[in-house]
Write a protein that binds this ligand. Structure first.
Ligand code: NDP
Length: 300
């Protein structure tokens, strides 16, 4: 059997960013609006600093305004909430993202709930989760949104396909399942208490792995020809001590069985940031009563 097609998330995300940038130009020309994203970083976690810097760069490259705010690790919850209240009121800020994880004195749920629903570009606010669950216009979390866009392009018509989502977190698994249901897939949401995970996976025309366990999904868990989206990011040790990033799927085995598969790195990751830009554009339009454009990646 032929090897799976590799879904190039890096290239797909670059095409999506081009399409977003074109819409930003149009929004400026027609309505005089420039979308603005505020990213708030509390503390000095090295990985978070890299994420925030990358987000800022890509926001500016798309022609949007980036407001990066760095607060000390000693920031209290009340101080952060006051800060968010200011951003909620600021008309130049259309999207607010508070980089997680937060220092231990701050409750992330209280912070997420304090962000204006219309500016919640991460889609983590409980009201946005509820809107998504009932099929209304929600801000959708970036990672599952990116996965869905890739599936629409690479998995053929989604209606009627059997989808298995591994992992039930609020930021990936649950919204992913809701999105696939909205696309008329038959959805199974599996997790650590699922009885026979391998057998559940073997039923999947579409398999989304979001568990955070290195190479857990084996080649013989995959239905021949299935589309596999690997959300996991795990660092495994290498002899040189530097380590290497792998997904939740045993890629080398899966690529022999699947019809199409995302690599790690270079699959879902780049799409997550591109979808953050998309959500900022969508939020800006909705806040001004302008229909949000249906942005698709630019043609190759
Ligand atoms: P969480 O830890 O919040 O959730 C993991 C889920 O996997 C839980 O529902 C858990 O089940 C389930 N799970 C854990 N172990 C097993 C197991 N052995 N068998 C079956 N299910 C299991 O993780 P996230 O959803 O936040 O992230 C998942 C992965 O995706 C991580 O590797 C993360 O780094 C990556 N990620 C990547 C992003 C990207 O942009 N590419 C963005 C976000 C996350 P239970 O609920 O029963 O405990």
């Amino acid at each position: 059997m032929a090897k799976a097609a590799i879904i190039d998330g890096k290239q797909f995300a670059a095409r999506l960013r081009m399409a977003i940038a074109a819409q930003v130009v149009q929004l400026k020309a027609e309505h005089g609006l420039t979308p603005g994203l505020a990213v708030v970083l509390v503390g000095e976690d090295p990985a978070s600093q890299i994420y925030v810097r990358n987000k800022g760069l890509q926001v500016r490259e798309a022609g949007m305004n980036s407001f990066e705010q760095r607060l000390p690790v000693t920031t209290t919850q009340a101080e952060l909430l006051a800060h968010i209240a200011d951003l909620n009121q600021d008309p130049a800020v259309n999207g607010i993202l508070v980089q997680l994880p937060l220092p231990k004195q701050i409750d992330p749920e209280a912070v997420i709930a304090a962000i204006a629903v219309s500016k919640d570009v991460d889609g983590f606010h409980p009201l946005n989760a509820g809107l998504l669950a009932v099929g209304a216009a929600a801000m959708v979390p970036c990672t599952p949104l990116g996965c869905l866009m890739m599936l629409k392009e690479f998995a053929g018509p989604l209606a009627g396909q059997r989808a298995v989502v591994l992992g039930r977190s609020n930021i990936v698994g649950k919204p992913m399942a809701a999105l696939l249901l909205r696309e008329h897939c038959t959805v199974t949401l599996a997790h650590s208490r699922t009885r026979d995970l391998a057998e559940e996976c073997r039923q999947a025309d579409i398999l989304i792995a979001a568990v955070g366990k290195a190479q857990m999904v084996k080649g013989d868990w995959i239905k021949p020809g299935a589309t596999v989206i690997d959300v996991g990011i795990n660092r495994i040790p290498t002899p040189d001590g530097k380590g290497r990033l792998v997904g939740d799927v045993d890629f080398d085995a899966a690529v022999e069985v699947a019809g199409a598969i995302t690599p790690v790195p270079g699959g879902v990751g780049p799409m997550t940031i591109a979808c953050l830009l998309l959500n900022t554009l969508t939020a800006t339009c909705r806040q001004h009563g302008i229909p949000a454009p249906d942005v698709r990646p630019a043609a190759e």
